[in-house]
Design a protein around this ligand. Sequence first.
Ligand code: SF4
Ligand code: MSK
Length: 676
Amino acid sequence: MAEEKKPTETKVKKLADPVAASIDEATQKMIQRSHELGIETTFDRALRLKSCNIGTQGICCKNCDMGPCRLPLPKSGIEGEDTRKGICGAPPNTIAARNFIRMIAGGAAAHSDHGRAVAEVFMSAARKETNAYQIKDTRKLLEVAQALGVETTVDVDGEELDRDLDEIALEVAEKALNEWGKAEGEVLYLKRAPETRYELWKKQGVLPRNIDREIVEIMHRTHIGVDQDYKNLMKQGTRAALADGWGGSMLATDLQDILFGTPYPLASEANLGVMKEDMVNIVIHGHEPVLSEMIVAVAQTKEMQDHAKSKGAKGIQLSGICCTANEILQRHGVPLCGTFLQQELAIITGACDAMVVDIQCIFQNLANVANCFHTKLITTHPIARMEQDNVLHIEFDEHHALEDAERIIKLAIDNFENRGAEVMIPKQKSPIVAGFGVESVEYHLGGTFRGSYYTLNDNIINGRIRGIGGVVGCNNVRTRHNDSHITIVKELIKNDVIVLTTGCNAIACAMEGLLTPESARVFCGPGLAEVCETVGIPPVLHLGSCVDNSRILLAATEVVKAGGLGNDISELPAAGSAPEWMSEKAISIGHYFVASGVYTVLGVTLPVSGAPVFKNYIFEKFEKMYGGMWDLEADPVEHARKMIAHIDRKRKDLGIDKARERIMVDMADRRAMDTM
Ligand code: SF4
Ligand code: MSK
């Protein structure tokens, strides 16, 4: 008898549970919406694609074609000698260290290449080859000139010089560009760090020589058969990370400030609800602000506004995703549309007339999602193109920047009338105050009269502010969207730790309503709430994009300089965190924080667990060498508590762990001080 055939099972695709996927209501609604429309997003893909257990442990090597060599930890753990080896004999420590510093190289390259692109635009502006870009912040120009050793009004001997700003800008551009590939010397900005820190780097032999060289050398050293000592590999990782934080990233931030203006506090809004049904929505996504600055400028012109009205729209609504969003928020108040994990959802609203992308953190699946709607997806950078046919490429060039921006905006406006009926914009959005930087923190907490971080230090010493938390980094779909970001930040501010934030953590905090002065009363411990209410700042200060983590380094340096809290960043009651990291850039950022003396905790996972000796080296031994160390904690409450415990240890070491007498300075006292 013939065997009865079983009916073929129809495979039903697993779909993400919106509530399990995100804590954010707007995101939950849009995930639900994507399911109704049958459009797949990253949240669904994450269910089907399991991460590789061996890769997660950091012990898979594919640096040559004899591999990949995978060296999983035995389930029973290692007893006695660890005999695991790859075909060439590489043990887990070498493999994990090589993988780790290749991540640093990837991250440092991304930040630094962004910095180089800004430096090139800066050079064009200094040479007056373009009328789209000018020197906007001359004060910053002179500060940067000094840091790069460019003579300004007095020479090194104190002689008065007759140099005009154009001449200074040109030399700053030359010196800055030189930092990527100079033949001799060391990265010039290293000397902006506290002297003790600089001397420590020198003693450890990790002063980066130039930015590109340290990245290239990582690729060389990690080639099969080159560096086989995990400690020596990490030394190179440290050089490259420092070249990022105190080099490429810091130059990117500074040169952007000179060209586009140094951020000062401003009000705006955050979350998908900033998009408007009756306006042309242009969503800008990526990292480099050179084009988006032009889009902001052109979108405001009467010609473009009138053109939008002629097509039946009320006007043009710009908003941003990821760090380009942070850049144009900080300087112009353009609202934040969402974090890294909300990029597909912005298109699924059906109201995105154009999404303009530049570099980094852009999902290739955007093209597939855009294909389901009228959205024009426009790539603009020569190094970041997409293969799909529905993607338009309008290559941006600083020499005709305004024309490029105009072309893009017109395309978006003309596309407004092609919208379908399926528009659904979630209503959620939160008011925010953003736009902080080293200068504005000094102003708000120190006043122009004091002109230093004295008041911040004073409040740390007297215990109103327990310490400083730098909380940064991405979203990672392997963990519930924004859950760790928000839990950690709330736990920190509840315990009087003021938070400096950048990147997608900043956007998450913005969406949660933590970037308002009013949130201090609701979420902070009494000391921090008192300070925030007195000076009118949020307890979470938005310092910008990923490259702007360099602002946190400089703010920490200012705290050291202001006195009373030790002689080095490692002595400060401060800790770093990247709760939902996913990119190589986060590893580079984490490592330059560690090498700058900061205890830095990551969430999710860290690819080092399969090499326990290497892990112990960067988790514990590093503290003896650099005063900073790595840690990993996936549980958000425990994560924050580890940071607070570290802050308390530092307070004890400084002898400020006992509460001191509090002297209340009210606004009237402050005004009197400022006008003296
Ligand atoms: Fe394997 Fe060594 Fe080749 Fe890596 S470099 S894949 S460990 S043989
Ligand atoms: S954008 S690198 S997801 S922070 Fe800078 Fe966000 Fe991380 Fe991209």
